[in-house]
Design a protein around this ligand. Structure first.
Ligand code: GLN
Length: 543
């Protein structure tokens, strides 16, 4: 059983982290996946989050960064965004789970009587459910390799059932068919000028206490690690020296796969999984992409107006989409986060003057919307390239209703204010829903694009599919008035007739979209709308 090899079935890689949180397990997982793809393997990545929320949909972005949305409408951790951006493979409900979700299904099973009167316990019932879910993705997708990232840090009480499940899986499924990769931190003590390996040794000891021996160690560090230091770590952690890999800070996360490849991570992993590793990895396109972002010919400046500006992770997919679009034009897109609460009609010119493009961000609730409306107005009147995403599009509609159509009380039904002009309203079927989680329009929907539009120029396609995450919609009973006054619906849902995109006539580039284009941008396919917006910003800069 232990060294059983079976090259016809999916191999499993487990990624854990120790010493500190936020070491970049998601980026390491995504980088490894990209390298295995470059070696000709099919790969999927999944994330297990040890918190009790059923999904991150109801979490404040300040708690956990952006909520990422998959094609099939799962509200997930932002790491799934990294997986998609690196591998260009769409994730789904099957790629994400939380402790909340695991307990929910075990408790539901208990209520149904599925356990036939047995005492329901963490071991085996919770661990069995974790194992079942881990294996599901490989079974369904038939991938060569499935990488499973375990959120949290080894030693946390809440991660323990996951580590135990991984230990059992390795035993049952065969050690040659699975691999444990552990990411730790090697701190640099500036005062003594030394790199310290003790925290890594302790972290591996902790894993061993749970019965899990790592096969590969990735050491995150600020400084280069000497071969001696790596040999020392190998010796004290029972890992072969070629399986100790360093991950030093690099200027862009997109360099991480190249850095891992240079140290042979793909080779070691394939060897340990008993998978052939012949010839060279095909990373040509990736290398070219990294070259383009590292050698920009120019800079464009974009103002991102939002309310979570103190934590840039809250807009992760948007900022990454700008990097992808910048690579296409070989420019650096410098995104400056501007707190919407600090903008008003009086200071808009002062705060927003000089930017090449303005993006009004998605969001929930009423806080900050006055500033967003002022930003839209400035962009519209001063003809600054503008992109509004979700709430940003809704603000574009409301601003137009207030300042062009003359409806001073125009607003969204989400805002608590009396109004005759709820130009953004709730859909009929949503009206009676009071729960907060999972009650939104989520996931991919089709959109028909009008020919004569900036949207069409960007996509070059008449029917597109984009992901949504919102409760409120453009109120179509006002559409005729808007169109007469110069705001056109250039994207319409062909099934429901809902307005998915608006543009302002006579403006060089003013596009508001109800969907979230940022979730679909990746290195392989930079998103056309961001590419178009950056092109407009470059044009504007020349003026
Ligand atoms: N709060 C708005 C809605 O629910 C917009 C959501 C968003 O920007 N993602 O419709």
């Amino acid at each position: 059983m232990f060294e059983k090899e079976n090259n016809n079935k999916t191999k499993y890689v487990f990624v854990t982290g120790g010493v500190a949180s936020s070491l970049g397990k998601g980026i390491i997982s995504a980088s490894l996946a990209r390298l295995l793809q470059a070696r000709g393997y099919t790969v999927a990545i999944q994330k297990m989050d040890p918190y009790i929320n059923v999904d991150p949909g109801t979490l404040n972005p300040y708690e956990h960064g952006e909520c990422y949305v998959t094609e099939d409408g799962a509200e997930t951790d932002l790491d799934l965004g990294h997986y998609e951006r690196f591998t260009a493979i769409a994730t789904s409900h099957a790629n994400t789970m939380t402790t909340g979700k695991i307990y929910q299904s075990v408790i539901n099973a208990e209520r149904r009587g599925d356990f036939l009167g047995k005492t329901v316990q963490v071991i085996p019932h919770i661990t069995d459910e974790i194992k079942r879910r881990i294996m599901l993705l490989g079974k369904k997708g038939g991938y060569d390799v499935v990488i499973t990232e375990i959120g949290g840090t080894v030693g946390d009480i809440e991660s323990a059932p996951y580590i135990e499940a991984v230990r059992q899986l390795r035993y049952e499924y065969g050690f040659g068919n699975t691999l444990a990769l552990h990411l730790t931190l090697v701190p640099y003590m500036r005062a003594s000028g030394e790199l310290k390996t003790k925290p890594t040794q302790h972290s591996v000891k902790q894993l061993l206490e749970y019965g899990l021996q790592p096969d590969v160690l990735v050491l995150r560090s600020e400084e280069d690690l000497s071969p001696e230091l790596r040999r020392k770590v190998a010796l004290f952690c029972n890992v072969s020296p070629n399986a100790v890999v360093q991950s030093v800070d690099v200027p862009t996360i997109y360099e991480v796969p190249l850095m891992m490849h240079a140290q042979g991570l793909d080779k070691v992993v394939l060897e340990k999984l008993h998978l052939p590793c012949e010839g060279e990895a095909d990373l040509t396109n990736w290398i070219e992409f990294v070259e383009r972002i590292k050698n920009p010919k120019d800079t464009v400046n974009i103002a991102l107006v939002g309310k979570y500006t103190a934590l840039p992770d809250a807009y992760k997919s948007i900022s990454e989409s700008f990097i992808h679009a910048g690579a296409v034009h070989q420019v650096k897109v410098k995104v400056t986060y501007i707190n919407a609460e600090e903008i008003n009609d009086q200071n808009a010119a002062e705060v927003l003057g000089g930017w090449d493009g303005i993006l009004v961000a998605p969001g929930f609730g009423q806080r900050g919307v006055d500033g967003k409306l002022a930003a839209v107005r400035y962009a519209r009147e001063q003809k600054v390239p503008f992109m509004g995403i979700c709430l940003g599009m809704q603000c574009a509609v409301i601003e137009f209703a207030r300042n062009v159509l003359g409806y001073a009380d125009a607003c969204s039904a989400e805002w608590e204010m009396p109004s005759w002009h709820k130009v953004i309203d709730i859909m009929e079927e949503q009206k009676n829903v009071s729960e907060k989680g999972g009650t939104m329009r989520l996931g991919s929907y089709p959109c028909r694009v009008k020919r004569d539009s900036n949207l069409y120029k960007a996509y070059g396609q008449e029917v597109i599919f984009e992901r949504h995450r919102h409760r409120y919609e453009f109120n179509s009973s006002f559409l005729e008035e808007f169109e007469k006054a110069g705001m056109k619906a250039t994207g319409i849902n062909p099934e429901t007739g809902l307005v998915e995109a608006v543009e302002v006539e006579g403006h060089p580039w003013f596009v508001g979209v109800q969907f979230h284009p940022e979730y679909k941008s990746n290195v392989k396919h930079p998103h056309p709308l961001f590419v178009g917006f950056v092109a407009a910003a470059i044009e504007n800069r020349k003026k």
